[in-house]
Design a protein. Structure first.
Lengths: 375, 386
């Protein structure tokens, strides 16, 4: 209010007419402002009154929470059997990872969550952040893979559940950023060959579904390697996700490059900086800060995309759920299973998208996510 | 004196050097990968080339517009897959656009309950991976729905059960062929009429727009054809038998699950696009239209909609492409789209490279066609602006 009152222009100092106060006015304005609105309120309200108590009964009050199969069977699906989750949560969350060692992926995942939380605030965006993340990733691998410091070795084929989802997301996003930067610079280059090659790659990858890229990883990558050299399936899939995500990352970075005023590059050139120096010292540092909210959105979409690896027989969070539902005794409680896994994804994704919104506001209007191009 | 073609000392010389180096690197990598692939294929005794397309595939495809049996060729199998992909994509795009527009406008509603409901829908659907939603829909379609012997009757002669959705369809007769044949001339006549009316209005400044007569003309031609062909009205009705529902059009549970999953998921994104498109038109435009004396309907049609559409259409097209690409998740629930047929083919004959080339070229062709269409639309919109 002070800011407005301090302005010299008397026209600007006038406040808007106050909205009618009180809950009654709010209800009238928001629920019964017109006949159609009142009808909609009654209709939606009636539906909610019918559905909500039943939903609460099914989900909570009538549900069985203990891993007691007999009790669940007696429900005859009239209420949720969270016993399935109680019984199978270790399998769903950690896949086929050896049961006794599951504290390791748990600690590793918590470490990543802690690192994410620590680097969420712009105040912590300092030079040490990149090496710190390298340490976190190394610690993650060490913990999950073992084979050193007295930890037993666990084959990557056994990794699964949420830690696998987190791993694929982190590797996919962090490795795709440098490739994406190179591709974006290539696409905006003066050199026709670089521009053509980068555009061809980006458009081709963005034009096909992720599943085909995963097929390429499982069927074609083994053919491309020299004979005698093998890449284990996890590495192949991680590479595929990286190469796929890189094309999208390139467009994100390009948005940042385009948002930067041309004068920046010209000023750098007039200072005598070479093209490489100008990109490294002037253009990229500003362009990358502009697109940080879009990086968070890429993190979110990669997190969701990793669920597709279940199609090529990996047991990520989605795949591990299907593993758990393979138990004939519990397979009828699939709704509970999907609700549980859906809730895990929902919580993570909602947190990320809210964070991205907050960041976007904080970084200002000019950091808005670039519009996705049509093709 | 001419500058040397390749040189470090001139800008263009450096550019050529860099590009030559880049080309050489790409060519080297490609040659290396090609050599490895050849060696690997020989070592594994996998045939190469697209010769397999003419051979019988030996598997069956349960559904689709293209009838397909085990003795038909791979080429026809891929065609059936493309037809199935397009079928679910087109139906999904139409339904998702309708649902998404409703939800997007609902988020702008002045009614708080409607607003909250639509916001909840968008947040929920956008933040759970599509494949989980598809698995869940598929399980609903195959586990929770009643047995095919005792289906739910959604409407008279429309049945929903574990066997899928069955509804009546007209028995094919000469009248339908005539009606179908009369569609293009009807559209042409409508176009000619509307164009003539518009040209006259632009020339003289008066005269009706004739939009309704033109639309009527487009409908009247097929109706006339139908009447001339004997006005057939026999329907093939699905009947509930002791074991299942037979007759009528039948949509499989796989198709239904994929369609519902794709369309509800994409609708959440379309809702956001519609909402931001509507919000992108400044309120001053509405007021200016009113000040010019336009009726609210005219203002919407002539002022608001064209401006909102300019914001909405480009991201909407990329959502349509996303839906088409996402339909490849069919492979997870066993709907025979292009990708899952290619997957079966790979498992059968091992010619992964060729099959993946087929999938990718189909998707890239779809993208290219859409990009050309978008380019045409953008030029039109830009003209309006200029």
């Amino acid at each position: 209010m002070e800011a407005i009152a301090a302005r010299p222009d008397p026209a600007a100092a006038r406040e808007p007419p106050p909205a009618a106060p009180g809950p009654a006015a709010w209800v009238r304005r928001n629920l019964f402002s017109s006949v159609p609105s009142a009808l909609a309120t009654l209709l939606v309200g009636a539906a909610l009154v019918r559905v909500l108590p039943a939903a609460v009964r099914w989900l909570f009050t009538g549900a069985v929470w203990a891993p007691d199969y007999e009790a669940c069977r007696r429900l005859e699906y009239h209420a949720a059997c969270w016993g399935f989750v109680a019984e199978k949560h270790r399998l769903v969350l950690f896949g086929r990872y050896p049961f006794a060692e599951q504290w390791r992926p748990l600690v590793a995942t918590l470490l990543v969550v802690a690192a994410l939380a620590a680097s969420a605030h712009p105040r912590s965006w300092r030079r040490w952040l990149a090496p710190a993340w390298a340490v976190v990733l190394a610690a993650f691998f060490l913990l999950v893979r073992g084979g050193a410091l007295g930890l037993t070795y666990v084959d990557p084929g056994l990794w699964g559940g949420l830690p696998l989802t987190v791993l694929l997301t982190l590797v996919g996003v962090s490795a795709s950023i440098p490739i994406g930067i190179v591709l974006a610079l290539g696409r905006r280059s003066r050199l026709p060959v670089a521009r053509g090659a980068a555009s061809l790659y980006i458009e081709m990858v963005r034009g096909v579904p992720l599943i085909t890229v995963l097929f390429v990883a499982s069927f074609v990558f083994p053919l491309l390697l020299p004979q005698g050299l093998r890449l284990d399936p996890l590495a192949r899939i991680a590479l595929a996700i990286t190469l796929f995500q890189a094309a999208y990352m390139a467009e994100v970075v390009r948005g940042g490059l385009q948002a930067l005023p041309k004068g920046q590059l010209e000023a750098a050139a007039s200072l005598g900086l070479s093209w490489w120096q100008a990109q490294r010292r002037v253009v990229l540092p500003q362009a990358l800060v502009l697109v940080i909210p879009s990086f968070v959105n890429s993190l979110l979409s990669t997190f969701m995309d990793t669920s597709l690896v279940t199609v090529v027989s990996m047991y990520d969070l989605t795949g591990a759920l299907r593993l758990a539902l393979g138990d004939p005794q519990w397979r009828n409680f699939f709704i509970e299973g999907y609700l549980f896994v859906g809730a895990v994804y929902f919580a993570c994704c909602l947190a990320m998208s809210r964070y991205s919104h907050w960041l976007e506001k904080r970084l200002g209007r000019w950091a808005r996510r670039p519009e996705a191009s049509a093709a | 004196m001419k500058a040397p073609l390749l040189s470090w000392s001139t800008r263009s010389g450096r550019a050529r050097l860099y590009q030559a180096a880049l080309l050489a690197a790409i060519a080297l990598a490609a040659a290396l990968l090609w050599r490895n692939t050849r060696q690997n294929l020989t070592a594994r005794q996998i045939r190469t080339g697209f010769g397999f397309l003419g051979q019988p595939a030996g598997f069956d495809i349960g559904e689709g517009l293209v009838r397909y049996g085990p003795t038909d060729t791979y080429l026809l199998a891929f065609a059936a897959g493309i037809a199935n992909t397009l079928r679910v994509a087109v139906a999904g795009i139409v339904l998702a656009t309708v649902l998404g527009t409703l939800v997007g406008l609902g988020r702008l509603s002045r009614n708080a309950l409607v607003r909250w409901l639509c916001t909840g829908y968008v947040e929920l659907l956008r933040n759970v991976p599509l494949i989980i939603q598809l698995f869940a829909w598929y399980l609903v379609a195959t586990e929770i729905l009643p047995e095919a012997s005792s289906p739910i009757a959604l409407a008279p002669h429309v049945y929903l059960s574990k066997g899928g959705l069955q509804f009546p369809h007209p028995v094919w007769a000469r009248g339908w062929a005539w009606a179908l044949a009369a569609v293009p001339p009807g559209l042409a006549a409508a176009w000619v009429l509307a164009r003539w009316a518009r040209a006259r209005r632009e020339r003289t400044g008066r005269g009706p727009r004739l939009a309704w007569p033109a639309a009527l003309l487009a409908v009247a031609f097929p109706v006339a054809g139908w009447l001339a062909g004997g006005a057939p009205h026999a329907l093939e009705l699905p009947e509930v038998t002791r074991f299942n529902v037979s007759g009528g059009v039948s949509l499989t549970p796989e198709f239904l699950a994929l369609l519902v999953g794709l369309c509800t998921f994409t609708a959440a994104f379309i809702a956001e696009i519609v909402r931001s498109g509507v919000l992108a038109v400044p309120h001053g435009q509405t007021e200016a239209a009113a000040a010019l004396g336009l009726t609210p309907r005219q203002a919407t049609r002539l002022v608001l909609l064209p401006q909102a559409l300019r914001v909405i259409v480009p991201p909407l097209t990329s959502q349509f492409l996303n839906l088409t690409k996402n339909s490849s998740l069919a492979v997870a629930i066993g709907y025979p789209d292009l990708v899952s047929i290619a997957n079966t083919a790979i498992n059968q004959n091992g010619q992964a490279l060729e099959c993946i080339v087929v999938i990718m070229s189909v998707y890239l062709a779809i993208n290219l066609v859409t990009a050309l269409g978008m380019g045409w639309y953008n030029r039109r919109v830009a003209l309006v602006e200029g």
